[in-house]
Design a protein around this ligand. Structure first.
Ligand code: 6PG
Length: 233
C-alpha cells in the first residue's frame, strides 16, 4: 500500500494481485465498516457503485454473517432506463446481492431514473439529504477518469446533491448521479479499479489531472483498491 496527498486529499493506494484479491479485500472492509456502523449508530448506510467492477464484491457479500436488517442501500448513480432493464445499476445490484439477502425493501433506495433524469434527480435529492453522512461510498472509475456519472468536461451546480446528466459519453446518455459534495459526505470512500483499461486514468489521477475522480475525497480520505493490471508502471 502506498499513500499520496493531492491538493488536500489523502489517498491510499492498495495494490492486489488480481480481481479476486481486490474483491475479497474490499468485501472484508465493507463488512468491517458495517459492523462498526451498526455498533456505533445502529444502521449501516452504503452507497453502491455501478458498472461491472463491483459485481464480484457484491457476490462475496451474499454469504456474509451480518444483520442485514440494519443495512440501508443507496446508489451513486443510475442510467435512465426502464425499471427492469438489465443494464440498470439497480438491477445489477439486485442480481448479484440484493435478491439473496434480507435487507428490508424499505431500506433499499433505488434512483427512480425511469422517470427521466430531471425528475429522478429532484426526487433523490431529499433521499440523499436525509441519509448523509453515508458510512461507505463505493465508486468505480472510468477509462476517462469519470466516476459515478460525473464525466470530464461536464459541470453541475455546486448546490445540488444529485444531478441530472445528459450527453454522457458512456451509454446510455441520460443518467442521474450523486454530485461530488454528496459522494464526499461519507465516513469512508472506496474506489475500485481493476484491469489494464484503468491504468491511464489512474496515472492521470496520480499526476494531478483535473478529472472528476480527482474531486473525490476531502475531509474523508480515499482508499483505492486496484489490481496489478490497473497499476501504472
Ligand atoms: C456506470 C457507473 C460508472 C462505472 C465506471 C466503471 O453506471 O456506468 O457508475 O461510473 O463505475 O464506468 O465501469 P466498469 O466497472 O464497468 O469498468
Amino acid at each position: 500500500m502506498s499513500s499520496q496527498m493531492t491538493e488536500d486529499i489523502q489517498i491510499y493506494w492498495h495494490i492486489y494481485d488480481d480481481v479476486d484479491a481486490v474483491a475479497k479485500e474490499a468485501a472484508q472492509r465493507i463488512l468491517q465498516y458495517a459492523a462498526e456502523a451498526i455498533t456505533n449508530h445502529g444502521i449501516f448506510r452504503l452507497v453502491l457503485a455501478g458498472g461491472r467492477t463491483p459485481e464480484a464484491i457484491y457476490r462475496l457479500l451474499v454469504s456474509a454473517d451480518t444483520d442485514w436488517s440494519r443495512w440501508e442501500i443507496y446508489f451513486g448513480d443510475e442510467r435512465c432506463l426502464p425499471v427492469d432493464d438489465p443494464d440498470r445499476n439497480s438491477i445489477m445490484a439486485e442480481r448479484t446481492l440484493l435478491k439473496f439477502v434480507d435487507i428490508p425493501a424499505a431500506n433499499i433506495y433505488p434512483i427512480p431514473s425511469e422517470k427521466g433524469a430531471e425528475t429522478a434527480a429532484k426526487e433523490y435529492e431529499s433521499v440523499v439529504k436525509s441519509a448523509m453522512p453515508f458510512d461507505v461510498v463505493l465508486l468505480g472509475i472510468g477509462e476517462d477518469g469519470h466516476t459515478a456519472s460525473l464525466f470530464p468536461g461536464q459541470k453541475h451546480p455546486s448546490d445540488l446533491l444529485v444531478c441530472p446528466v445528459y450527453h454522457a459519453p458512456k451509454p446510455p446518455s441520460d443518467r442521474v448521479s450523486l454530485c461530488t459534495n454528496a459522494l464526499n459526505n461519507a465516513k469512508t470512500i472506496m474506489v475500485l479499479a481493476t484491469g489494464a483499461g484503468k491504468r491511464d486514468a489512474i496515472q492521470a489521477w496520480q499526476d494531478g489531472e483535473a478529472l472528476p475522480i480527482a474531486e473525490i475525497g476531502g475531509s474523508t480520505s480515499v482508499d483505492v483498491f486496484m489490481d496489478r493490471a490497473a497499476k501504472p508502471s
